[in-house]
Ligand binder design. Structure first.
Ligand SMILES: [Zn+2]
Length: 315
């Protein structure tokens, strides 16, 4: 979601006037608001009163109406070609299976039927987002901003990205950098109370760098995790996988917050946030809806920009 408000979805309050704001000025970010647990009635999925959680009838034009698929193109670039994922593990991730689970996820989301949904998005030259995403590498940052400074600001997140690039990660415009914070770390602009993750962009010389924040959902499972028993027996990490997927698909289709979003300001993943489609039950009782590289995950759906537009797990 392209946000300019500061309302918690928990309250059920909806600032319609703010939702209608157009794209934000450069420097603002896209923050994912936490769910209300039902997927309907949140700022992302206000509902249209007739049971359609996306607030618009399937098959009818929505947003600006330029595609007829419920999402509109606003002229900015998309991320073309092969994109790389870089993880920046901030804080204390030692002895946490999240590192293995989420790295495995990043290595296998590219080329999947799920990520192929993003190929329905294109730029002004009709060049389409590809289904080619590869994992680059990880950078471990053990509290570079101070062990006593565990409430990070948005500016701190940018500093962490800059430090990681300065300290060894490649500086690439065709990449998505994720700052993944450990359970003890807060994000003061609203992690756990207003969002579970967000993405934005900024110049880190010489490139326009696309980066995201995703915090450990173990900090607030009732807000940011769909289930406390999860497919890979790490509820925080499994919940983070869904948020990472959400932010990644928004980054490739709306990297500078001026490409693809609807009339409410919702980017592709926002339109399907916290919806899962058909789920299966794992042996430990948890739910999952896709298998990537041998691991099961419960990943929120994404908006297909075709056939009138709809939420799906594959295309
Ligand atoms: Zn979003």
């Amino acid at each position: 979601m392209k946000t300019g408000w500061s309302i918690s979805a928990l309250t059920g309050a909806v600032a319609v006037g703010m939702i209608m704001l157009p794209a934000l000025a450069p420097g603002d970010s896209e923050k994912e608001i936490k769910p209300n647990g039902k997927g309907i009635g949140t700022l992302f999925n206000p509902g249209n009163g007739n049971g359609n959680p996306n607030g618009q009838a399937k098959g009818k034009p929505g947003g600006g109406g330029t595609t007829g698929n419920g999402i509109s193109y606003h002229g900015g670039p998309v991320m073309l070609g092969t994109n790389h994922i870089y993880y920046i593990w901030y804080g204390n991730w030692s002895n946490n299976s999240a590192v293995q689970i989420l790295t495995d996820f990043a290595k296998n989301i590219g080329g999947s039927p799920y990520f192929n949904i993003n190929t329905t998005y294109y730029d002004g030259s009709n060049a389409r987002v590809s289904n080619s995403v590869t994992f680059g590498s990880s950078f471990f940052d053990s509290y570079s901003l101070g062990t006593g400074h565990t409430s990070l600001s948005d500016a701190d997140i940018r500093t962490i990205v800059t430090n990681a690039i300065t300290s060894g990660l490649p500086n690439e415009p065709n990449a998505a950098y994720f700052v993944l914070t450990s359970q003890d770390v807060a994000e003061s602009s609203g992690f756990c109370t207003q969002y579970c993750g967000w993405h934005t962009y900024g110049t880190i010389a010489p490139n326009n760098i696309k980066y995201a924040f995703v915090g450990n959902a173990d900090r607030c499972p009732s807000a940011c995790a769909a289930q406390t028993t999860s497919p890979n027996n790490n509820a925080g990490a499994d919940a983070m996988a869904s948020v990472i997927a959400h932010e990644l698909e928004e980054m490739v289709t709306d990297p500078n917050l001026n490409a693809w979003f609807d009339g409410r300001g919702a980017e592709n993943a926002d339109k399907c946030a916290w919806t899962w489609g058909t789920t299966l039950t794992a042996s430990n009782g948890s739910k999952y809806n896709m298998t990537l590289g041998g691991l099961n995950f419960l990943i929120q759906q994404n908006w297909v920009n075709a056939s009138g537009g709809y939420c799906a797990k594959s295309f």
